[in-house]
Each structure stands twice: as C-alpha cells, then as structure tokens.
Design a protein around this ligand. Structure first.
Ligand code: ARG
Length: 457
C-alpha cells in the first residue's frame, strides 16, 4: 500500500475507483490550481490579527515562484497516490520547500480549491470557445458575402417555398451561432465568482480576507456564503453544459443543411474532397462524415448536460464526492464543442457554391407568393390573389393544364430588399458583432493572464 498525503490506509482498489480519471483530467487544472494557491498563500501572508503569521511575505514569495515553475512545467504528473492535482502540487512544493510546502493548505479545503480551479479554467475555456464561435460565424459570413445574391430555394417543411439567397442562408446560420454567445456569457457570469475561502463549505476560524483572493484572481465577485459556495460546484458545470448543448444543436442544424445541400440530388454546395471520406466497398463515395459526426457529438453533449443535471438533482447540500464527475462532464463537453467549432469552420471555408445548380432548382412554385403579390400590386385584395394562384397550383398538382410559369430567380431575389431579406443583409452588422465579441473575449483572456503573471512573479 502506497503512502498518500491525506491517508495511507486507503485500499488500492478504492483509491483507483475514487480517483477515477482525475490524474488525467486534472492536468488541465494544473495552471489554475497553482494560480489559486498563489493567491491563497499571498492572502495568508497578509492576514492580520494573528500572533504569528502562517507564512511570511518572503515565504509566500518563495511559494509563488515555485508555483510559477510547476505551472510552466511540461512534465508535471499527477500520481494515483496524489489523488488529484491539488495533492500533486502540495507534494511537489513540500519536496522543494520542506515545511513551507506543508503550510500552503492552511485554512483551505480541496473543496474550495477544486471549485476555484474549475472556475478559472472555465472562464478561460469559455472565452476561447467564444473566439471559436466568432471564427466560425466569420467563415459563414465570408462564404455568404462571397456568394452574395446567388439565388437559393428557400424551404419550409423541406419543400420549395420562396426565393432566397446563399448569403441569406449562410448569414442566417451565422446569426444563430453568434446569438449563442448570450448563453456562453450567462455561464461565464456564473463562473466569474470566487469560492476560495469557503474551505470545506463552512469557513474556518481564521481571519481570511476573501475579497483579497477575489481581486488577486481577477474574479468579478466573491461567492459570499461559504455553504452556498460549496453547493455552487456542479451548478456552474451544468450551466456551461447547457450553453454547450444548445450551441451544438445550432451547429448540428447547420451540419444537416450542409449534408442536404451537398447531396448529389441537390449539388447546391460542394464539400472539399479532402474533407469527405470514402467507403471500403463503394468506390464512388465521398461521404460527409464530419457533418454526420457533428450530429452525433451533439447527442453526446446533450447527454453530458443531462448527466450533469441528473448528478445534481438529488444531491444533498455540502460537498459530495460525486461532484468530481461534473468535472469530467464539462471538460468533455468543452473539448467536443470546441473541436466541432474548429472543424466546421474549416469545412465551411472549403465549401464551394454551384450557382447553376442553385438556380436550376427554382420551380414555378417557388415564385407563387411573388406572383400573388404582383396581383396585389395591381389592386387585387391579398386573399383573392392567393386563391387565384392557389387554384392554378392545384391544377398543376393534379397534373391538369394550368397557367403556371417560371420566373427569373435573380430578378425575383433582387425585388426583396427590406431588412434581413435577400438584398437587405447588413454586412457591417455581422462584422461589427463578430469583431466586438472577439475583442471582448481577447481582452478578458489578457486580463486573466495578467493576474496569472502577477501572481507567479
Ligand atoms: N478530486 C476531488 C473533486 O474533484 C477534489 C476534492 C476532494 N474533496 C474531498 N472532500 N474528498 O471533487
């Protein structure tokens, strides 16, 4: 039986089971754990009203320097005996600094420690995700702007409906994707609060200055109630997963349209050959596997969101070990969503429009509403015009002679000019939203990095 920092009597199987995937997952938290510890130790060294300081300012500086090295180290490892990143960092500090390393956990629990790590990690990851959301939206916009007013059959019930454009299709999806930033921002706002100092969930009999660590770590606010702070673990993860699940749903719908419109029967769009996969038996195949897997991964993220809520719904107040699994769920959710955003941006960037196929798809029915509206312009009341046209299309439907004819899709598209329709797409609006959101995410990432640098100085 190997010795652990907390307890050397744990059965090996129990240790393996309880530690789970932490030695791997927690690697992503190493930098943030070091940052949290640097802030905690700084605060401990400044704590007033004690006969003897827990750690002196110069000791705190030594610890911070070591933490900076651990955070930057490429070969940082978490052993099963460590259980998690928190104990691995304490082990390394103790190996290096002796008794000083043993003091860093004063007035702290792994419960508030992991909670602070997760929140810092999440803040950074949400901002990176937001940048990737913007990058995908920018690709869709540039695909759309390049295609401009190339006519595309607009569909309802998947049936041909009204004249539209490739630009309206692409920027419509881009707008849906950019709107998802609101959900990510809601998750960010929840994550941007400091649980450190809540210890195991009930505070400690030491004059901790919780506002100080909030400031050092760059959080917008402190999670005031220590018990509440301990219960907020998991809620953040669930809220982020719900934002990710909804974002994935939006991406999945985009993927579905791309699958459909690139089918040989449609050929509106063409996917780059190198982004398609073949079949082991059918030599003619260029399959859109990437896009199908976007659908599949959406199902997974929805599953992880459901798992997070299920994990929480009957959990009693205070820390419970199953909270550890919330970490696995949100990390998987982030990784899957971020990879999906990046791969979709790549596929969109390589996708080509086939204007002839787009125009050839216009059947007379697509212009039916436009024809009725022409009659309205000549003075016919709308409902009468509707019935006149409807009667002709009913004849067509039944295979009888009728007065139904095709119009020119380009001409009809050019008549649609009001806000948000074919020729009314405001390019500046998209460019402004995307560049402002990217800049806002970058500024906050830089602020976080600045806090990190200042702590490891
Ligand atoms: N790895 C643990 C987790 O993620 C750290 C906290 C352990 N706390 C405890 N009281 N056992 O939850």
């Amino acid at each position: 039986m190997k010795k652990t920092i907390t307890d050397s009597t744990i059965d090996q199987d129990v240790l393996t089971y309880t530690v789970g995937e932490d030695p791997v997952l927690d690697l992503a938290l190493a930098k943030w754990d070091c940052m949290g510890t640097a802030a905690h130790v700084t605060m401990l060294s400044e704590m007033k009203g004690l006969k003897k300081p827990v750690v002196t300012k110069s000791e705190a500086a030594k610890v911070r320097k070591e933490l900076g090295k651990i955070a930057a180290s490429k070969d940082f490892k978490i052993l099963v005996e460590d259980q998690d990143v928190h104990m691995a960092v304490e082990r390394l500090l103790t190996e290096k600094l002796g008794d000083l390393g043993k003091k860093i956990h004063t007035g702290r629990s792994r419960n508030d420690q992991v909670a602070v790590d997760v929140r810092l990690h999440m803040k950074s990851e949400i901002l990176e995700t937001e940048k990737e959301v913007c990058a995908l939206a920018a690709e869709l916009c540039s695909f759309g702007f390049d295609a401009g007013a190339i006519p595309l059959v607009g569909r309802t019930h998947l049936q041909p409906a009204m004249p539209s454009t490739v630009e309206m299709w692409a920027t419509g999806h881009a707008e849906m994707i950019v709107d998802q930033l609101a959900n990510l921002e809601a998750a960010y706002a929840l994550a941007d609060a400091n649980p450190l100092g809540s210890a195991a969930g009930y505070g400690v009999p030491l004059p901790l200055d919780r506002q100080r660590t909030t400031k050092l770590l760059g959080f917008a606010r402190t999670l005031h109630n220590c018990f509440g702070a301990s219960m907020a673990r998991g809620e953040c993860e669930a809220s982020l997963l719900s934002a990710l699940a909804q974002l994935m749903c939006v991406l999945s719908r985009l993927a579905e349209d791309m699958i459909l419109f690139s089918m040989p029967e449609f050929q509106y769009f063409k996917l780059p050959r190198e982004y398609c996969t073949g079949s082991s038996i059918m030599p003619q195949k260029f399959n859109p596997d990437v896009l199908e897997l976007v659908r599949g991964k959406t199902a997974q993220v929805i599953g992880w969101q459901t798992a997070a809520l299920t994990l929480l719904h009957a959990m009693p107040g205070g820390y419970n070990r199953d909270l550890q699994d919330a970490k696995l769920l949100y990390m998987k959710g982030l990784e899957t969503t971020r990879t999906t955003l990046r791969i979709l941006a790549k596929v969109v960037a390589g996708m080509k429009v086939n204007p002839d196929a787009c125009r050839a798809a216009f059947t007379p029915g697509v212009f039916a509403t436009d024809v009725a509206l022409r009659k309205v312009a000549e003075g016919t009341p709308w409902r009468d015009a509707y019935h006149d046209v409807r009667d002709q299309f009913a004849l067509l439907y039944d295979g009888k002679p009728c007065e139904v004819s095709n119009l020119d899709p380009d001409e009809q598209v050019a008549l649609k000019t009001h806000e948000g329709t074919c020729l009314g797409i405001d390019h500046d609006l998209y460019q402004k939203r995307i560049s402002e959101a990217t800049a806002a995410a970058e500024a906050r990432l830089a602020a976080l990095e600045k806090c990190c640098k200042a702590l490891f100085k």
